[in-house]
Ligand binder design. Sequence first.
Ligand code: B16
Ligand code: MG
Length: 215
Amino acid sequence: MDVKACIFDLDGVIVDTAIYHFKSWKRLADELGINFTLHDNERLKGVSRVRSLEIILEIGNVTKTEAEQHELASRKNEWYTEMISKMKPDEVLPGAKEFLQLVKNAGIKTALGSASKNAGIILDKTGLTSFFDAVIDGNHVSKAKPDPEVFLKGAEAVQVDPKFCVVFEDAIAGVEAALAGGMKVVGIGSPEILSKANLVVSGLSEMNLEKLKAV
Ligand code: B16
Ligand code: MG
């Protein structure tokens, strides 16, 4: 395939901020008297902030008004942003920076397609901002993955037809979003879980241009 753009999910593909999400959701859950575990945290990967809170409230069988939910989500986000503001370039996942450079050197466009509203600060702190031709994140979309909106906007921003785009994703909803947008997708993680992806690798350190073109 003639790949003209690569669109990357952020969390679980380029960096792993799951532990920071967990610590801040856990602090909130403790305050609410909800027993929230690392196992539960798996359900929040790739899911929006609002939906993440709904899942935690469901786990604890706790009901909150919309205004209260808004306040709780903001409180969690303050703790979370305090932690990610201390992130360093060594927190970039193995092979991510090298693969981004390889793709750029080959003249292929790069875009970020993330559900996070904090993508900008994470890219900044880890020194990756300049590796992306376009950044589409939770601030630019109204529909969450598996809706293809975030990836279609990424393709549009780099002016590439979706059929020449390859998406890199670690979440099932993200794989589905890419396919719904008419793109090819490389899953990052387990082939059993990401069975719909065109190719599955354990991380970007396993990627090269040959594999990219064969997708
Ligand atoms: P925020 P991704 C997602 O990022 C995370 O995987 C998910 O756990 C988080 O709830 C979501 O971003 C929203 O993040 O609270 O920072 O807006 O995988 O789409 O890059
Ligand atoms: Mg992800």
